[in-house]
Design a protein around this ligand. Structure first.
Ligand SMILES: *Cc1c(COP(=O)(O)O)cnc(C)c1O
Length: 391
């Protein structure tokens, strides 16, 4: 008999009933150190007082009004994003997938309005992940995600990750945009080098096409800058955001320049929930913390501390781990042992990590985890690795 919850997930037998900072409490009382943060979602950890306050205050006043009306919280969040990024304008969604949908529509509509309706193709890369909608799976293109789901949304050209020559050769008069994650998350914490991001920006400029960045996982302070592309000193034309921006409330956004967004006039796109008062009140509270230079500097400091300890862990357990990769607090351990064995050993040691492709485990902790949390993380990861070795 089919379970009452559609069985699309393979779940660990863990029932968390409470969260506090970087800690999750299981129904049986065990405390787990959370280095997954709901897959880079709980940017400020669990039950952060300022987020609890923001959502409680807003909930007592007004949860939801339609986008038929003005929404001051949405305006405030858009202003914060515009003030702190390349963007001139923002659309709010409820998820990364929806942000992907709009990014694709926006790029195509831009060229349509420029009198180039045949410019619909978007170049993407293997190992990428852009969500589970028809556009998202077509963008990623992997057999794992697309097989059995009927005709794919056309207009995506898939290239090998890191193949810049391939990009230049793939651009035709049908190409509208390049879509890339500055740091691949699901693909195994694969960082696009700054020089490659710069080169992609140049390729887009000389071909007159748009650069779309998917910062759903690597954005919102995760790498130690508010958005990951800032490290490369470039800006995109369109950027997808979600995960961390809501700190656990389902919230996403598409940020764009005025030019790239110029086709998206009244009536061309919409969302019932996207940008509602509850979500945007929380989003403002998240960004008021994360966008502070002091906060971002702390992310970089903790990243160095973690990396240093991770290098030690890899050196101490060469039969379990191969290398450390990533940026900021978006870190990966490439495993020698099967990554799911390491994740499961982590559960036994009461530390949460997240598997990714390429036999990697991801460490995506709350951005405000403490130095004590970091020390505890290594005690527990060391226990987990020892268990894998002796299994
Ligand atoms: C998680 C993710 C998405 C999809 O976001 P959802 O909120 O699950 O729809 C898209 N792109 C990237 C890079 C992601 O990590």
């Amino acid at each position: 008999m089919i379970p009452s919850v559609l069985p699309t997930y393979s779940r660990a037998p863990l029932n968390f009933v409470k969260g506090e900072g970087s800690w999750l409490v299981e129904a049986d009382g065990r405390r787990f150190l959370d280095l997954g943060a709901g897959i880079a979602v709980n940017a400020l950890g669990h039950a952060h007082p300022k987020l609890v306050d923001a959502i409680t205050t807003q909930a007592q006043n007004l949860w939801h009004v339609s986008n038929l009306y003005e929404i001051p919280q949405q305006q405030a969040l858009a202003d914060i994003l515009v003030d702190n990024t390349f963007a001139d304008t923002v659309f709010f969604t409820n998820s990364g997938t929806e942000s992907c949908e709009l990014a694709v529509k926006m790029a195509r509509k831009y060229f349509f309005d420029q009198g180039e309706p045949e410019r619909v193709e978007i170049i993407t890369f293997d190992g990428s992940f852009h969500g589970r909608s028809s556009a998202g799976i077509a963008a990623a293109g992997s057999e794992k995600m697309t097989k059995g789901f009927g005709p794919l949304l056309p207009g995506f050209v898939h290239l090998t990750f890191g193949d810049l020559d391939g990009v230049t050769n793939a651009i035709t008069d049908k190409t509208a945009a390049i879509l890339i994650e500055p740091v691949q998350g699901e693909g195994g914490i694969r960082v696009v080098p700054d020089a490659d991001l710069k080169a992609l920006r140049d390729i887009c400029d000389s071909a007159g096409i748009l650069l779309i960045l998917d910062e759903v996982q690597c954005g919102v302070g995760r790498t130690g800058k508010l958005f990951a592309h800032e490290w490369a000193g470039i800006t995109p034309d369109i950027m997808m955001v979600a995960k961390g921006i809501g700190g656990g409330f389902p919230l996403g956004a598409v940020l764009a320049t005025e030019r790239a967004a110029s086709g998206m006039t009244a009536g061309t796109h919409g969302s019932t929930y996207g940008g509602n008062p509850l979500g945007c009140a929380v989003g403002c509270a998240v960004l008021n913390e994360v966008a502070q230079p002091r906060f971002l500097a702390e992310v970089s400091r903790k990243s160095s501390l973690m990396r240093q300890k991770l290098e030690g862990l890899v050196a101490a357990h060469p039969d379990v781990f191969e290398e450390v990769r990533g940026a900021g607090l978006m870190l990966g351990l490439k495993c020698v042992a099967p990554n799911v064995d390491v994740v499961n050993a982590g559960y036994a040691a009461q530390v949460i990590t997240v598997p990714a492709a390429d036999n990697v485990i991801r460490l995506l902790p709350a951005l405000n985890l403490t130095d004590d949390d970091i020390n505890e993380a290594f005690t527990r990861l060391d226990t987990a690795a020892t268990q894998v070795e002796t299994a």
